[in-house]
Ligand binder design. Structure first.
Ligand code: G1P
Length: 293
């Protein structure tokens, strides 16, 4: 499932009337990268947990016969190819989170969809790896089975001073590429952070998580934190395991402007058709800037 119900307040005014997940990174909206990543990692059914103002996400993954006809009549084969993603082998489902009661509550909206099966949660504002080429979710699924885990979380190292932006995990013993988690805490102050290993926006859960979410008390902003529900799994002695992202699987966070700008530029530079030209333009711009400072 992909939770996409958030207001995107950190990206106002860009997100006033459009979802942050539809903001472009180079040529594609962010959410398209997330879907492509999940599909290439073997996910076949995708539930979006949406909210008001999110219908453009549904439209994006829908077929648009009129557009296709116009492009075909104009012999715009190259542009038609850009719509190939519509043929992705995934089924899309949508449900609404009616009140903004936090990520935990959004995941609870997937309960009847998940049924008795384990499921993936992929945050709609994070892309894993340049052009979403990460294999992390497939690795996490292997770990989930091999360790008979209740939850597997992707984690990445962040600078110690940034722990207050993330859920932070405490390894049970050493922290290799795959390790058991003893505790988790949502957005700790650097002085209280148990490590600098941050939850990186991809999770696999067994359905037992739904009972834990129901037991979580809202935080001081009235939100049900998913991290608190996972902490309850740890307290029950269930296996909660972390999988570290590899160097090539950097997480691109689109939730705030500085990292959105940086992500856009990095993806545009890597564009096979426009990257080289963009690099020259950027170099000119930087040289001009340097000359005027
Ligand atoms: C959420 C999670 C947090 C995680 C982060 C990753 O926070 O609550 O644990 O580290 O996503 O992006 P948010 O960014 O929604 O505040």
């Amino acid at each position: 499932m992909i939770p996409v119900a958030g207001f995107g307040t950190r990206l106002l005014p860009a997100t006033k009337s459009q979802p942050k997940e539809m903001l472009p990174v180079a040529r594609k909206p962010i959410v398209q990268y997330v879907v492509e990543e999940l599909v290439s990692n073997g996910v076949q059914q995708i539930l979006f947990v949406t909210g008001r103002n999110k219908t453009s996400i549904e439209n994006h993954f829908d077929h648009d016969p009129e557009l296709v006809r116009t492009l075909a009549e104009g012999h715009k084969e190259d542009l038609l190819k850009e719509l190939d993603f519509e043929a992705l082998k995934a089924k899309f489902f949508y449900t609404r989170q009616r009140m903004q009661k936090g990520l935990g509550d959004a995941v609870l909206c997937a309960e009847s969809f998940a049924g008795e099966k384990p499921f993936v949660v992929a945050l709609g504002d994070s892309i894993l790896g340049l052009n979403a080429l990460s294999r992390a979710v497939a690795r996490m699924a292997d770990v989930f089975d091999a360790r008979r885990a209740s939850c597997v979380i992707a984690v990445e190292e962040v600078p110690p001073e940034e722990t207050r932006h993330y859920g932070i995990v405490q390894p049970a013993d050493g922290a290799g590429d795959v390790f058991r988690i003893a505790n988790l805490v949502e957005k700790p102050d650097p002085s209280n952070a148990p490590s600098n290993l941050a939850i990186a926006g991809r999770y696999i859960f067994s359905p037992v998580i739904f009972d834990m979410i129901r037991r979580v008390r809202p935080d001081r902003r009235g939100e049900i934190q998913l991290t608190d529900a996972i902490q309850l799994l740890c307290e029950e002695g269930r296996r909660v395991v972390a999988v570290k992202l590899t160097a090539g699987e950097k997480r691109y966070d689109i939730g705030n402007f500085p990292s959105y700008f940086e992500t856009f530029v990095e993806f545009a530079l890597a564009d096979p058709a426009y990257g080289a030209g963009f690099r020259c333009a950027l170099e000119r711009l930087l040289a001009k800037n340097a000359a005027t400072v």
